[in-house]
Design a protein around this ligand. Structure first.
Ligand SMILES: Cc1cc2nc3c(=O)[nH]c(=O)nc-3n(C[C@H](O)[C@H](O)[C@H](O)COP(=O)(O)OP(=O)(O)OC[C@H]3O[C@@H](n4cnc5c(N)ncnc54)[C@H](O)[C@@H]3O)c2cc1C
Length: 321
């Protein structure tokens, strides 16, 4: 059955964010020939419309206005409600980002419908079904919607981007005059070098079992051997709390959610709150000296041993390749 799907787009430094491109790819499949509309807010949006059409959008709602350059929830929501009223979508998808997490419930409330947060899969199966991790990442729950439009926030890497082969389509201007009660008084960037943890295809994650911050130097060596364009380093909360690695790189329930192709947990026990941030990884490898460690239960492969022996061997193996 055809569906009209609307994506709330986000940008990174180079244009449309990777997750927005993935959501567009997923929306094309879910729409079964219905419309795939993209909402773009902020200056420069117009310039990104070609990329949106190429990634699968059939029409784009645009507010190319600098008043949207900062995320102001009330102003953004008014624009999205305007676009939604014009478009009448069956499904509205947002990223599971700080913006999406804020906007999803607001949009659903305003439209008197329901929101499913932190989804890892959406499919059409006698109605829309969304899958979300639950019980701290130890199980997955499937939900359906009784209200329309369905609103969902979706984790990065849940869908594959596509190339529609088309770079043009209908663009529609959104009313940009909504008031806001919010003003940003200061902004401090967290400086991260190299690949972003959430974008990395390989995440190497260190835990308290490293025994000290120097354990992360060894993990950095492994990342260098793999290639810092592929591998980024994360940390368990226990290691962050001990000040061994920056909190910005914490993986888990109260940290970042990563869905890499490969996640290697090094001296991480695999507590449910940690797994909530990495259980969506395509493959997990555990390196732990305790064969009973919980991390092994979620892993495709496991190495039982002292990381001080295992990681240098991996570094050597990577270097000799
Ligand atoms: C509300 C709440 C939210 C939380 N949010 C998060 C979160 O976002 N992220 C998070 O990570 N945690 C979170 N936690 C904490 C979580 O419950 C665990 O305490 C934490 O993940 C444990 O970190 P760890 O695995 O590094 O340490 P430990 O549990 O101490 O495990 C260390 C592991 O290293 C192994 N080990 C020791 N020495 C070696 C060695 N030489 N070689 C190989 N293996 C070795 C041990 O066998 C052990 O399995 C949260 C907890 C709560 C209550």
């Amino acid at each position: 059955m055809t569906k009209n799907v609307m994506i709330i787009g986000e940008f990174n430094d180079s244009g449309l964010s990777d997750t927005t491109l993935e959501l567009l790819g997923g929306a094309v499949g879910l729409s079964s020939g219905g419309s795939v509309s993209l909402v773009l807010l902020g200056s420069g949006s117009e310039n990104q419309s070609n990329a949106g059409f190429k990634a699968g959008a059939t029409k784009i709602y645009i507010a190319d206005d600098e008043s949207y350059n900062e995320f102001l929830p009330d102003k953004w929501m008014a624009a999205i409600i305007d676009a939604s009223t014009q478009d009448n979508p069956d499904l509205i998808l947002l990223e599971q980002s700080s913006i999406g997490r804020d906007l999803g419930p607001r949009v659903a409330f305003k439209l008197s419908t329901a929101v499913a947060m932190d989804c890892v899969a959406i499919e059409e199966d006698n109605g829309l079904k969304v899958t979300r991790p639950c019980f701290g990442g130890n199980a997955r729950a499937v939900y359906s919607f009784t209200d329309s439009p369905a609103v969902a926030t979706v984790r990065a890497k849940s869908f594959e981007p596509i190339d529609s082969g088309n770079e043009s389509g209908e663009t529609i201007k959104i009313d940009v005059n909504a008031e806001t009660k919010v003003s940003i008084i200061n902004r401090e960037a967290i400086v991260t070098e190299g690949l972003k943890l959430t974008d990395a295809p390989i995440v190497l994650c260190g835990g308290r079992g490293l025994g000290g911050p120097e354990g992360f130097d060894m993990i950095q060596e492994l990342a260098n051997a793999i290639g810092t364009d592929k591998a980024a380093i994360g940390s368990s909360r226990a290691a962050c709390d001990l000040g061994w690695y920056p909190v910005a790189n914490q993986v888990g329930l109260t940290g970042k959610v990563v869905n890499p192709d490969l996640y290697i947990g090094i001296a991480v026990s695999g507590a449910s709150q940690h797994m909530a941030g990495c259980s969506g990884s395509k493959s997990i490898i555990a390196i732990n000296k305790d064969p009973e460690a919980n991390m092994f239960k979620s892993s495709r492969w496991g190495i039982v041993g002292d990381y001080k022996e295992v990681v240098p061997a991996l570094i050597e193996a990577m270097k000799s390749n």
